[in-house]
Every structure is written in structure tokens, then in C-alpha cells.
Design a protein around this ligand. Structure first.
Ligand SMILES: O=C(O)c1cc(=O)[nH]c(=O)n1[C@@H]1O[C@H](COP(=O)(O)O)[C@@H](O)[C@H]1O
Length: 232
């Protein structure tokens, strides 16, 4: 991974037709693309294959969370699309995580398999309501440790936990951080957020950014402005 973080644009569009106008203006060397539940459900695997064929690094964000066998087979199907990265929920537990890793062991182009820790939309109060009384940062570290010892390549976390994860898990364990908001951008449903320059200063490997780019009047200009802010 490079010094500058990879910007991964979250293509949270309702369908392929809505996503292509932006994709057609992007170059694979400038950003990665994330296909999540909404777009995958409407556009399907052929859309993902097309992005891969065009040379884009594709993060297939379907956040699998199920029994180990089901997750194993789903991760395998994702890997066969040629994607760069897939994710599962760390809270699915060790056996599920190990099954996810085993699924890509003999795949020709092995994708990174990463685990979602605590969603960036969640606060301490949200966690308490689902029975987790630890602070988000503490729980993120517990789940990162579980993911690392189960053999995963990294975690999805908020940038606020990135430094502690590097300290605990060491260099080489990927930190993929959504909840990135340029100064002044609408927070929306995100709660644990950070600006792009602050996140880059922490050496985070991948910044996932959706609405601040996709809902801008000029998405490409918004992407360039964010990239520019990382150079300063
Ligand atoms: O796994 C993810 O990508 C993810 C994990 C998480 O904790 N928080 C989170 O926001 N995401 C995804 O990252 C993207 C963030 O988009 P914006 O909030 O529009 O920048 C969305 O597509 C989310 O589904």
C-alpha cells in the first residue's frame, strides 16, 4: 500500500445507470470503488465484473454475517468476481472469520478479507442498547484482535480508532475507514467521523468516502479537492 491513502468511493447509487456517469469520469489509478448492498442488489455481479474488467480495484461491501459455511461460500463467490476486497462482520465470531479466510486460500487473485468492527454510525449509547457496555474504541480493539488472530487482512473501523489499531495489530494490518467527512460536509448518519487530512496523517491505508463525493454538484471536483487536501 502507498503512503497516501487509497480513496475508495462508495458507489451508493440505486442502480447501475445512476452510477456510470461518475465511473466513466474516473481512472482506476486515482481511486478504488466500493459496491455495497444497494447497488449490488440492483446491479448484480455483472456490474462488478465490468468494473473489474475496466481495471478498478473493487471493494465488495456486503458485510457477510452468517453461519460459517454460508459465509465461506459467499466469500468464495465474491472472490470469484475478481474483487480487490470483501468484508464480513467481526461479530460473527472466530469460526465464521476463519471460514471467510479459508474461502480465499486457493483463489487465483486472492482478495483482501477484512472485518467490520463497530459501524461508524454507532455511538456508545447504540452499543449499550445491543448489550455491549464497552466503549466503542475498546470494543473495536477487541474485535480487531479477534480478526487478526483469525487470519484476516484488516478491519473496517472509524479513523478515530486507527492509531490504537496500528499500535495493537502492527503495520501491515489494513485499516479501512468510512465516516470520512471533509470539514463542513454533512455528517448524515455517521457518528465517529474524521476529516480526510486528519485520517491521512494517521497513515490509514484506505479512506472510504461516499456522499461527500457522490452527492456533490461536481463529484469529480469533490474527489480532486479531497486528494488535494491530502497533499497540503
Ligand atoms: O463496511 C463499510 O464500508 C462501512 C462500515 C462502517 O462502519 N461504516 C460505513 O459507513 N460503511 C460504508 O461506508 C460508506 C460510507 O458512505 P458515506 O457516509 O456516504 O461517506 C457506506 O457505503 C457504508 O455502507
Amino acid at each position: 500500500m502507498s503512503q497516501q491513502p487509497i480513496i475508495c468511493i462508495a458507489l451508493d447509487y440505486p442502480d447501475a445507470a445512476s452510477a456510470w456517469p461518475l465511473i466513466d469520469q474516473l481512472e482506476p489509478q486515482h481511486c478504488a470503488l466500493k459496491v455495497g448492498k444497494e447497488l449490488f442488489t440492483s446491479a448484480g455481479p455483472d456490474f462488478v465484473r465490468e468494473l473489474v474488467a475496466r481495471g478498478f480495484k473493487v471493494f465488495l461491501d456486503l458485510k457477510f454475517h452468517d453461519i460459517p459455511t454460508t459465509v465461506h461460500n459467499a466469500v468464495r463467490a465474491a472472490a470469484e468476481l475478481g474483487v480487490w476486497m470483501v468484508n464480513v462482520h467481526a461479530s460473527g465470531g472466530r469460526r465464521m472469520l476463519e471460514a471467510a479466510v479459508a474461502a480465499v486460500a486457493d483463489v487465483k487473485q486472492r482478495p483482501y478479507v477484512i472485518a467490520v468492527t463497530v459501524l461508524t454510525s454507532m455511538t456508545a449509547e447504540d452499543l449499550a442498547e445491543v448489550g455491549i457496555t464497552a466503549a466503542p474504541a475498546t470494543h473495536v480493539l477487541e474485535l480487531a484482535k479477534l480478526a487478526q488472530t483469525a487470519g484476516l487482512d484488516g478491519v473496517v473501523c472509524s479513523a478515530q480508532e486507527a492509531a490504537a489499531i496500528a499500535q495493537q495489530c502492527g503495520a501491515g494490518f489494513l485499516r479501512v475507514t468510512p465516516g470520512i467527512r471533509p470539514a463542513g460536509a454533512a455528517q448524515g448518519d455517521q457518528r465517529r467521523i474524521m476529516t480526510p487530512p486528519e485520517a491521512a496523517a494517521l497513515g490509514i491505508e484506505v479512506l472510504v468516502i461516499g456522499r461527500p463525493i457522490t452527492q456533490a454538484a461536481d463529484p469529480v471536483a469533490a474527489l480532486l479537492e479531497i486528494k488535494q487536501s491530502l497533499m497540503a
